[in-house]
Design a protein around this ligand. Sequence first.
Ligand code: PAF
Length: 292
Amino acid sequence: MNDKDSQTRERGLAVVRTVAELRKAVAAFRAAGRTIGLVPTMGALHEGHVSLVAGALARGDVPAASIFVNPTQFGPNEDFAAYPRDEAGDFAKLEAAGCRIVFAPDKDEMYPTPMLTTVKVTGVTDGLCGPFRPGHFEGVATVVTKLLMMAMPDRGYFGEKDFQQLQVIKTMVRDLAMPVEIVGMPTVREPDGLAMSSRNRYLAAAERETALRLYREMTAVALAVRGGGASCTEATAAASVALLAAGFDKVEYLTVVDAESLRPLEKVAGPARVIVAARLGRTRLIDNIAVG
Ligand code: PAF
């Protein structure tokens, strides 16, 4: 820990850089009879992340966050280098939110040896972002496994904004009998409906207006298909056309899926999500809402 880190720790947030320090900090809270809630992040924190810390506090967990921009989940042409980084700002937000530990390792601490092991979840990764981001979910599943093994929390908190990621992690935890409960937390939106995302800062002012259409079109689809009403294919086709007309450059997918298997639906008969990925300028936006 450097001097700046120690000062932050004195105000209530312990900044730890190594796995050994993380385990020591977690053990101290466990020795006091506390449970731990891990909030894995890639930093550039916003209200959505803060709500995950609040979720941990609400369940009585000691919130512990991680900040690591994980290179293995970015494709070669993706925004790893440009991904926003603001460690000091993130620490301040975490401390204000009541987080007690932040694990901020460097790449050598996370990946000290060549990774000869990866975690691959099939099925729920086959569609949606899977084909558009080859290797992405393997990178996510592997780093989340490592973070869970490093911190050994009672609960892990993830946003529903990345709904496919949440299903991937729930599936992995179930299949590998990992001793942790995964808690999905509702998406936090701007007052006008735009889902909070670290990537929103890439949007120019005009694009920010256009981006709003995602939420509006998803809402229109959800209303049309709920209770087995309209055909999902027809409702989502109309919404895709509307997004392109509004200025989106590409709609990678806009579909209605079963909320657990993520398989596309033609008619809604149970829990379902409207889910979308679309490109606006250099920004790739994803979002989803529940149907009904
Ligand atoms: O959702 C994210 O920020 C990342 O995918 C996660 C879960 C922290 C893994 O790097």
